[in-house]
Design a protein around this ligand. Sequence first.
Ligand code: FE2
Length: 143
Amino acid sequence: MIEGLVAIAQEELMHFNMVHEKIKARGLVLGPERKDEYVNLLYNFRRKGGSKTTRLIDHLLFAAIIEARSCERFSVLSENITDPELKEFYKELMISEANHYTTFIGYARQYANGEDVEKRWQEFLDYEGEIINQFGVKETIHG
Ligand SMILES: [Fe+2]
């Protein structure tokens, strides 16, 4: 799992740099990090107690749901944006996020050690379905 996670971390950093280059190329400056209440709520949904396996599964599923939503939104962006360069860029990010999402779910299943990952995944999805109603329609990848 370590090698897979390192590969994802490297890819994420590469994508961050690509996004930053695009921001600079447009004469813009990257703003400060914004508080992301959606992510914080999902993060806090993780079980804090229990076994190492329980905590690992929840952390992997938290990461998976974030990646899955990123994938979904990059898909929408790539299908609707008119700029051909960004269209292709967002499509690449969508594919990458799909791989990250399935990788995290895959690790949760692989390291489940008898725990019911599918049940917990459904709990994450149900919880997300509840909290998402708190957020409006903003130009964010998450929330
Ligand atoms: Fe990702």
